[in-house]
Design a protein around this ligand. Structure first.
Ligand SMILES: Cc1cc2nc3c(=O)[nH]c(=O)nc-3n(C[C@H](O)[C@H](O)[C@H](O)COP(=O)(O)OP(=O)(O)OC[C@H]3O[C@@H](n4cnc5c(N)ncnc54)[C@H](O)[C@@H]3O)c2cc1C
Ligand code: SF4
Length: 523
């Protein structure tokens, strides 16, 4: 192995956490090394092919994990510069203020975070600026207070979505515009980088108009000469000093060789599953259960939300191109009849026949897949799952990832689905068919079965939780490992609970917060 090269800071992973942190740290002049196991997503027409992306899984990792029973798992996750933000739907929500508190759910308690919403609020505003979020405050009844307006106006609804929004409003609900990180300028379409296409959610953006961590954070960070990025650099292990109090060497597999790097500060941001696996793989005499894992929480409390895709079929076609503009949070904390949280209703990108084929779904009587896709409104329902210590990441003997998960807190999700069913029956705004336009609601996982299955790890979080008590958490409130003085984690691992909105903006805001802490520490 060549001599160990030393940096001020090493960041492992360039997604929502690592990429955003790199952007915050880059202007400091500190010598920063970014280690990313993936490469840049190639820019090619297949970026926008639903067949290549959804049916063939062209950009998914080919890594095979196992479930608790030892069955093969082909995870729907992506190893590239920018991480999963290259593929995300860019719905950039703040957690609700109450999500930071202890909340009683049907299935148990959602624990409090060691920081408050107010601690993170300034960083949410900064993250919204950085990721160019388009939205409108005060439409969403559960929106927490914000110190700044959204930097850009909301992405408008296309006519079918506006019709649905009007139907919901007539029923006394508060439909709102999804806060979105797309570089769309509807007032000046000729200059707009985003062309508002149908292949956004789940796809990389061919024209670099999605607000992802590569385009907005990693590439600008690399303009600073003090920042170095190594791609195809898989971090296999972290080694500590003899006392176990510091990470001394970061071991990297690159181009068939093993390399080692060192830094004053090492930040792990490999995604909640891979970061936990890395710490577990790094067990040594001083950390026999895995690095920074005296509490035995590393890998545990895996959460990924209770998610469903539901297709509402109408007699009239749904010609919407960019569907992910509308959402409902009226049932987020419950309803008059049900005192427990239910979750969040929004949309996936418009489904098409190729995407539906990927799930080999049952076909509604009298319909073909193509016809169903042409007539469907494609809802995305998210409910909170609770941190169960037995839902966890472990390693098999060969060091491969094993993901054990039993869904919990499902009653609220079922009730949310029932709510949506009832709402859809009450639509009246179709000028041709009135309320008879709605044909029914079909559970339609993008993959197999009714729910998003275990391999759908898009919202993974919670596996290296932060907290005040080193007995029940691995990280302190600054996301520093309780047991290792120079080790931080800034991906979605730190979540103490998952809330029921998409996680990325919280990961980004927290990375900016930890970035400020590190700049202070390194002064
Ligand atoms: C299809 C899809 C749609 C989504 N839509 C939304 C949405 O609309 N809104 C939202 O908020 N969230 C969405 N998400 C989730 C969002 O993308 C994630 O919450 C977010 O990217 C998590 O950030 P992270 O930093 O934890 O991990 P990631 O972004 O996954 O980054 C982890 C990085 O670490 C790298 N890495 C992993 N292991 C190693 C290793 N050993 N060595 C070196 N590098 C390593 C990976 O290659 C990757 O680049 C979506 C996800 C998917 C897949
Ligand atoms: S052009 Fe706009 S809508 Fe299309 S993928 Fe890019 S960001 Fe998304």
């Amino acid at each position: 192995m060549a001599a160990v090269q030393h940096f001020d800071i090493i960041v492992i992973g360039t997604g929502a956490g690592g990429g955003t942190l790199a952007h915050r740290l880059a202007p400091s002049g500190k010598r920063i090394l970014l280690l990313e196991r993936g490469d840049y997503v190639p820019r090619e027409k297949d970026n926008w092919s639903t067949k290549a992306v959804n049916l063939e899984g062209k950009y998914n990792t080919k890594e095979v994990w196992r479930d608790a029973e030892g069955r093969e798992l082909h995870p729907h996750t992506n190893y590239w510069v920018g991480g999963n933000t290259k593929f995300y739907g860019a719905a950039l929500f703040r957690l609700r203020r109450e999500d930071f508190w202890e909340i009683k759910h049907w299935g148990g308690l959602s624990p409090a975070w060691p920081i408050s919403y107010e601690d993170l609020e300034p960083y949410y505003s900064q993250a919204e600026q950085l990721y160019q979020v388009h939205g409108r405050r005060e439409e969403d009844p559960t929106d927490p207070p914000a110190s700044a307006p959204y930097p850009h106006p909301p992405v408008s609804h296309e006519p079918r979505m506006q019709q649905l929004s009007d139907d919901f409003a007539r029923l006394g609900l508060k439909p709102f515009h999804v806060p979105l990180g797309v570089m769309l300028d509807e007032r000046n379409p000729r200059a707009s980088r985003c062309i508002r296409c149908e292949t956004c959610d789940g796809h990389p953006c061919l024209v670099y108009a999605k607000a992802d961590a590569q385009v907005l954070c990693v590439d600008p960070a690399l303009e600073h000469s003090n920042v170095t990025l190594l791609t195809r650099a898989y971090v296999s292990r972290l080694e500590t000093s003899p006392s176990g109090r510091d990470v001394q060497r970061v071991i990297v597999e690159r181009e068939g060789a093993t390399e080692a790097y060192s830094a004053d500060i090492v930040v792990v941001s490999a995604g909640a599953i891979n970061s936990a696996a890395l710490l577990l793989r790094s067990a040594n005499d001083k950390h026999p259960q895995g690095l920074a894992n005296g509490s035995d929480v590393v890998g545990r409390h895996y959460m990924g939300h209770v998610n469903s895709v539901l297709m509402a079929l109408s007699k009239c076609p749904n010609p919407t191109v960019f569907q992910k503009t509308l959402a409902l949070n009226d049932f987020y904390f419950g309803s008059k009849e049900w005192e427990f949280p239910m979750g969040h209703i929004s949309f996936v990108g418009k489904l098409d026949g190729d995407t539906l084929k990927a799930g080999a779904p049952a076909i509604a009587p009298g319909w073909t897949l193509e016809l169903m896709a042409k007539h469907s409104l494609d809802f995305w329902l998210t409910s909170e799952d609770l941190p169960d210590p037995n839902n966890r990441v472990t390693l098999d003997r060969a060091g491969n990832i094993v993901l054990s998960y039993q869904p919990n807190n499902e009653e609220g999700h079922g009730r949310l689905t029932e709510k949506l069913k009832n709402l859809m029956k009450q639509q009246t705004k179709c000028r041709v068919h009135g309320h008879e336009c709605h044909e029914g609601l079909f559970a339609r996982s993008l993959y197999l079965g009714q729910r998003i299955p275990l391999a759908g790890v898009a919202h993974q979080n919670g596996t290296i939780r932060f907290g005040r008590d080193p007995k029940t958490s691995a990280l302190d409130a600054n996301c520093k490992a309780h047991e290792v003085d120079n080790l931080y984690v800034v991906d979605a691992s730190f979540f103490a609970s998952s809330g029921a909105v998409n996680p990325a903006l919280t990961v980004m805001a927290n990375a900016l917060r930890v970035g400020d802490h590190l700049l202070e520490r390194l002064k």
